[in-house]
Structures are given as C-alpha cells and as structure tokens.
Design a protein around this ligand. Sequence first.
Ligand code: IPM
Ligand code: MG
Length: 363
Amino acid sequence: MNQEFNITVLPGDGIGPEVIREAVKILKIVESKKNLKLNLTEAPVGGAGYEAAGHPLPEDTLKAAQSADAVLLGAVGGPQWEKIDFSLRPERALLGLRSNLGLFANLRPAKIFAPLADASTLKPEVVEGLDIMVVRELTGGIYFGEPRGVETLPDGTRKGVNTLVYTEPEIERIAKVAFDVAGKRDKNVCSVDKANVLECTGLWREVVTQTHEEYKDITLSHMYVDNCAMQLVRNPKQFDVIVTTNMFGDILSDQASMLTGSIGMLPSASLGGKTAMYEPIHGSAPDIAGKDIANPLATILSVGMMFKYSFNLEYVTTVLEKVVDDILGQGYRTKDILSDGGKEVGCAAMGDRVAEELEKQLG
Ligand code: IPM
Ligand code: MG
C-alpha cells in the first residue's frame, strides 16, 4: 500500500508564498518517485490570515495544522501589519502554532555546503566543514513568560515588562532532545546560558548538568551567551550541538546561519508534539517579495527535514541534501549567495534546478 501523509501548507506573507511554491515542487517529485500519497492542504496564516479571517492564526488554520501529519510554513509578517494591535500581529501566529502544537524543540542545523565556503563573510578556512545543530527551546522562556505587556504608571510614564521563566521539566525535556541529537552526531553538547546574571538560566545550567548524568557518552560544556556569540565567529567549528533558551536560540541561530553563507540556506524542524512543523529560519523579507529573487533552498531543505523527522524516510533527506550540494557545485546561485563566477538564477529557476536533479537522483 502507498504510504499516505497529510501536509498542511501555510505560505504566509512576503517571500513565504514564493519559497513555498518551490518546496511544493519538491514534494510532488518525491510523491511520484517514491509512490507516496501526499495530501496538501493550504491555509492562510500571519498577515494573510489577518486579511482572510481577521486573525493571524484563524481557527480553521490551527485545526488544519493540528490534524495534519506535518506542517510546512513559509514566513509571516510585513510592514503593513506593524501598526495593528500586538495580539493580532502576524508573528503571533507563529507563536500560537508552536505552543498549540506543543513544539518545544526547534532544531536549526547550520551546515555549510562545500561550494558555498566562499559565500560566507568569514574566511573559508574558518567555516569549511562547519556542521552545527542549534537546539532552541521554543515554547517557553521570555517569549511566553508572564507577566508581560506595557502599562502606564501613575506618573503617566509607561513601563514595559517581559518575564524569563523556565521550569525544571521544561529544561529537562529540551536537554534530553539535545543529548539525543548529539548521540547521533559528534556527541558534544554546549549549553548556552547567562548563569552569571540571570537566576533562571542558573537553574537551566543546573538541570542540564543533572540531565546529563543519564548520557555518559556525551560531552557537556557550558558557555555564557555573550562568549558563544563571539566563539561563533572566532572558531565556529568547536561546536557540535548548541542547546539554549528560546530567545538566545533565536539570536544565535541567525548568527550561525551567516556562517553558512546566507540566512536563505537554513531550514528548521520544530518537534515535540504529535504534528511537527518545518520552516525556513528566515523571515518574510518584504523588501524582496514578489521579485523572484528569494532563495528557496532553506524551505526546500525544511521539506528534507520533514521526510526525516515526520515520515521516517531519511533516505529522501540525504538525497535532497546531496542534490542541493550538486546544484550549488554546478554554480547556480540566488542573489544572496552569489559570488564571482556564479550563475545567477531566480527563486523559481532554483526550485526547477533542484526538482530536475532530484527527479534524476531519487531512485
Ligand atoms: C524565528 C523568527 C520568529 C521568532 C519571529 C518571526 C516570531 O525570528 O523563527 O526565528 O522570533 O521565533
Ligand atoms: Mg529568528
């Protein structure tokens, strides 16, 4: 019997729809070559959700996500929604999806494709062979802590508050994910915190250390986040798995992405619930939306992660990553990764190149 999977596709805003279109081409190729049945359902999210249903995460969209085997998301946000109430901003949809689906573990691999070593702003010898996995906690920390908000004080001035909160079970479960991931890699975990200043991340350090006792074959080190930011540009190859809080992970994963040449290259998988979600780590890039110049590879590689983590078809992931490497090796480049001698292609043409090559290579 053919394997059948239901995928909810949420293109979102800005370049979201463009990069998703290319990722869907890839899904179709895999479907036909591997005799799968992939049922794709599209739904509006973010600014598109607000326009369609008055809410960035319309109820029907959330239901479609909850009932799917996997969710593929493009990007959300744009300047036209910056003025609306905070609770209705496109970004809230992302946070709502993550918390409603219970996606506490966000895997963000920063792996350099060999042909792109010269596309990084760092020297090729610093980034060549780089392969880091950032494990970002995704449903806790300062992103979700209460109290939060902006209030007006009696003297008429305003006060803004956000709260950094982690419970022991929240820390323990993300630490376990990091140790498990490291067990299949170089067996090295660096836990990043600010334990010298923030009590909450002092607890983080303690719980990660305790959890480590069950993982004798993994080496654990701890690093303050400011030092980690520096080490990532000084000597990034010292890292294997980095595990950290929601906000530190947000920042460090953007930084790690630039080591690979472009933020347009980094996929992600958000795991922990029944349904996982896959999205590029880049945003909606409204300035380049609709111009067919966005890099679809982060979204295409996110589809790759879907086959590994949701459908247990890691073979597809491996072939797709090799295909991307080959296409880059042939010199094809979107604008963000273009360097001397590269053959510039648009978003759709890059998707076509990958699709054609995948069709050939997927046995
Ligand atoms: C990301 C993004 C989001 C985040 C925004 C758009 C809410 O920056 O996925 O890294 O901060 O988590
Ligand atoms: Mg981010």
